[in-house]
Design a protein around this ligand. Sequence first.
Ligand code: NAD
Length: 397
Amino acid sequence: MLETAIALIKDTGKKLGLADKQIDELIATDAEHDFEIKLKSGKQLQAYRVQHSNKLGPYKGGIRFHPNVNIDEVQALATLMSFKTAVAGLPMGGGKGGVVVNPKELTEAELEELSRKYVRGLHQHIGPDKDVPAPDVNTNAKIIDWMVDEFEQLSGDKSKASFTGKSIAKGGSLGRDAATGRGGVIVLRELLNMLSINNPVTYALQGWGNVGSFFALVSEAEHENWKLVAATDSSGGVYSRDAYSAKDLNEYKKTGNKLADYKSGQKISNEGLIGLDVDILVLAALEDAVTDKNVGQIKAKIVLELANGPVTYDAYKRLGADGKIVVPDILANAGGVIVSYLEWLQNKNEEHWPEDRVNRELENHLVKATDQVYELSKKDSMTLTEAAFAVAIKRLT
Ligand code: NAD
């Protein structure tokens, strides 16, 4: 993922006529913090926080607890965050954190100890006006609430603006859970309008998690003519030309079932989903889901990147050569960080907004960002990915 992010920045920087030195500066990170966390049980865990750029405002980005976390991944995600906040027009920078751990192997008490010790290791480098972390893979509002509490004890800061993704009771924002999926719907709707695609469209969705499920639910509520014909989770999934009800699939998943066991349709693997004959392929699971090995199977005309880095650089190039449209992650999944920013703003101003105000502000930010990216792509004959990076680069240089 790091290579993809760097290659995209280099490509676009060159198209914009930037000198190599300026491109190197865009890629370089401001600071990398790595430290060990020792739990009372004797377990020793490696922790990271990468601060990529604060040119536009405090560093912003999630903390991931996962056994595969490594410095390259954290660096790539931190870099993408700076470009994401920039393309969304937010007064925030980019950062990312992680701990090499499988949280399922920790007790609840160990998880709390880890979360608090992560903050103890970092508290001098973070804070409402320095670096504002948030949840990411395997971290959630409960973990963030512990972190905010620890930060408050260490720094005396009572604003709750030190982290976003808190529980509502502890200063979280309404609308945050659905924000990334809802944002994906807004970006896709704007794009289809600009491309004058008004007829019914079919889509296949990889990854029925937080992002994927809200994308499907909001699509169903707002766009009758977007038909969900296939969906997968890590077990595989199902396909039916008759289209699925997102609400039904969501109820089914909520009770702990696997999509591969769903009662209707044809069973498909995750690889099978990639090659389905649909209008739109929605990638909401993992990074590097589409590579040079499977890109040739894609029939969809539009690939919506809701996950971070789901299409490798080589695959992205091939999709472009095949005349397909990739909607880049830094735009398509920016809804999450936009509502995180709105949470930070509410905390700073000691406000708590109703959900419809949050959704309205999300809509305004994303419509503006999508229009800017689309207009630039038309004006300068760029792909949407290049145009999104170009909008961000202009703000970051
Ligand atoms: P999640 O853990 O809630 O969901 C991930 C889903 O992907 C799960 O349903 C899982 O079963 C499925 N999955 C795992 N491996 C798969 C595979 N090989 N094929 C198909 N499905 C598979 O995570 P999430 O919060 O929905 O995040 C998904 C992606 O979106 C990640 O890349 C994340 O970094 C990115 N993202 C999330 C947010 C957010 O607000 N949650 C914001 C921006 C980007």
